[in-house]
Design a protein around this ligand. Structure first.
Ligand code: XLS
Ligand code: CA
Ligand code: CA
Length: 439
């Protein structure tokens, strides 16, 4: 197999004092943090679309990076892409990957031909998996790029479009199972609307749930035992996307009885677009018992779109890993880099610098999150802040013993709330900084 990145060596952990840009400063795969190796805690995955396909095009200009992988036609490109992806994973020590069907192999003239060519590319992946032991984190179908999906896939007004989406999902599920994937993602790229003047919202939502139920039934029938995920996102490309945020998605899944099969795949930048913090979205999922997987990237607070930048913000990675540790860690899910190097970072070596930055940012976040938890000051503060629910009237409310009349009597007898305590936000932020910067 030819090497695509001959100037890049295997990336090793060299510790925080290293000045070698092609080394990890904080990610030490075999080091145990919070009871598991960093590799097991973080479960890093390469995303096929941005890493292997994204050439840096935006609406004002074409791509700046060549991702043709020395191929002379589409089939060869798909096969070479597999080799390049496995070389990246090998050099960075990444064990997992995730993909859309059309990242692995593009659309051809007919669905039958697309399926046939996809099978060929998947065979190359299977072969590489056998040689390397790399695993599939999740698969998905691209039900948003083809013009037929202009008004959605599962929520299209056109039943033929729904049928094509279903066919693509069936095939993507088969491929995911073949690759041993433990996850299957629904991201509702165009599942939403631009104006209610032309939209039957009730029917569209019912149909989306129908499509998901069909996917669950078929997936289970072919031996898929992993988790289905919904990835919330509020906008872009559609003005109003149905899967706005975690809370909305959880309500949807419960309404349609899909909550036993589905969990959430939370993306940092989508949280930003939904006007939430990344931690908020993770907490909502965790509290509902539906935390599944993570698309790790960051947005830009000054830009209102999905910039998919490699994560370097340590506050975000820390609070993310705090939620992951509190959720008991990943099970079927993991942490994939739904991120791309900036358009100006156009050299192939930038793929490595980007992943190193992202992996180190999450490794550092994991280290600090573990310290936040073992330090205990923040958790103790929260426990203390809610202490009034442990006994007396608080405990009576929780047990259901206190009705409205009992609460009224309690309030009348007391005359006024006796002790209000400060929320101490600034003190807690200072504790967090203290823990972060004395690591
Ligand atoms: C796009 C989404 C997409 C999903 C998978 O905004 O993040 O990349 O992760 O379809
Ligand atoms: Ca994503
Ligand atoms: Ca994204």
């Amino acid at each position: 197999m030819s090497e695509f990145f001959s100037s890049i060596p295997k990336i090793n952990y060299e510790g925080k004092s290293s000045k070698n840009p092609l080394s990890f400063k904080f990610y030490n795969p075999e080091e145990v943090i919070a009871g598991k190796t960093m590799k097991e805690q973080l479960k890093f995955a390469l995303s096929w679309w941005h890493t292997m396909c994204g050439e840096g095009a935006d609406m004002f200009g074409r791509g700046t990076t060549d991702k043709n992988w020395n191929a002379s036609n589409n089939e060869e490109r798909s096969a070479n892409k597999v080799c390049a992806a496995f070389e990246i994973m090998d050099k960075l020590g990444i064990d997992y990957f995730c993909f859309h069907d059309r990242d692995v192999s593009p659309d051809y003239a007919t669905l039958a031909e697309s399926n046939e060519k996809l099978d060929k590319a998947v065979d190359v992946i299977v072969d590489m998996q056998k040689k390397t032991g790399k695993k599939c984190l999740w698969g998905t179908a691209n039900n948003f790029s083809h013009p037929r999906y202009m008004s959605g896939a599962g929520t299209s007004p056109n039943a033929d479009v729904f049928a094509f989406a279903a066919a693509q999902i069936k095939k993507a599920l088969e491929v995911t199972v073949k690759l041993g994937g433990n996850g299957y993602v629904f991201w509702g790229g165009r599942e939403g609307y631009e104006t209610l003047l032309n939209t039957n919202m009730g029917l569209e939502l019912d149909n989306m749930a129908r499509l998901m139920r069909l996917a669950v039934n078929y997936g289970r029938s072919i031996g898929f035992k992993g988790d289905f995920y919904v990835e919330p996102k509020p906008k872009e490309p559609t003005k109003h996307q149905y899967d706005v945020d975690s809370a909305t998605v959880i309500g949807f899944l419960r309404k349609y009885g899909l909550d036993k099969d589905f969990k959430l795949n939370i993306e940092a930048n989508h949280a930003t677009l939904a006007m939430h913090t990344f931690q908020h979205e993770l907490r909502v999922a965790r509290d509902a018992g539906m935390f599944g997987s993570i698309d790790a990237n960051q947005g830009d607070m000054l830009l209102g779109w999905d910039t998919d930048q490699f994560p370097t913000n340590i506050y975000d990675t820390t609070l993310c890993m705090y939620e992951v540790l509190k959720a008991g860690g990943f099970t079927n899910g993991g942490l994939n880099f739904d991120s791309k190097a900036r358009r100006g970072s156009f050299e192939l070596a930038d793929i490595f610098y980007s992943y190193i930055a992202g992996m180190d940012a999450f490794a550092l976040g994991l280290r600090i999150a573990d310290k936040l938890i073992t330090d205990g000051r923040i958790d103790d503060f929260v426990t203390q802040r809610y202490a009034s629910w442990q006994s007396g009237i608080g405990a009576d409310v929780i047990s259901g013993k206190a009705d409205l009349a009992a609460l009224e009597k309690y309030a009348l007898d007391k005359g006024e709330v006796s002790t209000l305590t400060s929320s101490r936000q600034e003190m807690l932020e200072d504790i967090m900084n203290n823990i972060m910067f004395t690591l």
